[in-house]
Write a protein that binds this ligand. Sequence first.
Ligand SMILES: *Cc1c(COP(=O)(O)O)cnc(C)c1O
Length: 482
Amino acid sequence: MREQIVTLEKIAKQLEPGTETRRQWVGQVQEYTEQFLEGISDRKAYNKEGDHEGIDRVSFDSGGKSMEELLEVLAESLDKPGINPASGGHLGYIPGGGVYPAALGDFMADVTNRYAGVYFANPGAVRMENKLIRWMAQLMGYPESAHGNLASGGSIANLIGITTARDAMGITSAVVPKAVIYVNPQTHHCVHKAVRIAGMGESTLREVPLDERFRMRPDALRQMVIEDLEAGLRPFLVVASLGSTDTGAVDPIDRIADVAEEFGLWFQIDAAYGGFFVLVDELKEKFKGVERSDSFIIDPHKGMFLPYGVGVVIVKDTAQLNKTHYYKANYMQDALENARELSPADLSPELTKHFRGLRMWLPMQLFGLEPFKAALKEKYLLTKYFYDRIQELNFEVGPVPELSVAIYRYTSNDIDANIFNKALTRAVQEDGRIFISSTMIEGVFWLRLAVLCFRTHLREVDLLLEILERKRDNLLMKFKPD
Ligand SMILES: *Cc1c(COP(=O)(O)O)cnc(C)c1O
């Protein structure tokens, strides 16, 4: 037996390469990522080329391969085709980020593999995550006693908040068919998903009418709640958008809080996209009343420019969050006895998890807050700048941008605007230097501008304006050949 173990050990030890190999790999990966970043401004924001099927040709069963060979596959199959969220030219959906020190935080978290799920296992890691959570809670005017979780993204964060609301409001399975939830019609689809996953698929989801700027109308909400109560239903939750994905609209938070208070509804704010604009003084006014909500969602992988993988939920009443997510396991008894701070495992569905705190903490500490604030304000102003310029190019625009999303389209008497604008979106995407996306609002096709990548500056916005003008003129010749 010992002999067999020794033989296996020799092979298994390949999993622990020595310093020299490690240095070599890090060097190669660093070279690769440097090349990626150095060329970032020339790289397409959207690329139809690239052989993504190359991934299939690298098999798992043919032994170890060289890093060089693998990086070649990644360059062609992974980092070429599709959208490039690291590009400042990504102005579609809600752009991503990827500030560099976050990658270093992940690197360290992975090499040391600290266990951040439970206080007993790594009190420092849990404390770091809790400190970040308290910082975000305080940004929104929540009390010290509020708590939350660094989840993987806004969708899971919304799910945690909605599940907590369900339990806190006594929505047991018997009550679900009578339960009513109120949302903005442009609410992110992850809210609908969360309602179903949380076992409330048979509840009623009411879309509250919007004002002319796509914001939830508190008077309409109030009326709906009254009618539902009269009909014997059980209104229990309103989800407001602080920065909707479609149009960047900010619901009137303070007035929705009035209605939530009047009728004892749980008030959750989805600030996944818009939350960090609270750091911009000019925009603070839009956050009036957020402190009156019961829970909110905020995505550092959007507004703090982190790479994908962190979305946060914060619940004002920590006991409620804990009640939905507590656990007991005999094999965890040592951990539970030693707890001096609540752990992520007490406050979310996860037990073992990625140590997400370090990727946020490190950039914040290295840079300080000022560059983040400046970047957010810059993105807001870039959006307003675009909004003015695009009108000079005779485009029609939607509402004045509240944060960093604007909608616009080209119309003219003798063209079908929906078909034309769809073709225009295609043409910009095919060009690829800038990536934009579109949306449909009440049957009208709109192009969207969303500025949130930290690499987006005047250069990219000016380039988009130039591309839009040229593609529009080309298309007009096709649509109106005279
Ligand atoms: C992005 C977004 C979400 C979903 O968050 P993910 O991090 O993509 O899971 C939810 N709500 C809003 C308003 C968003 O912009």
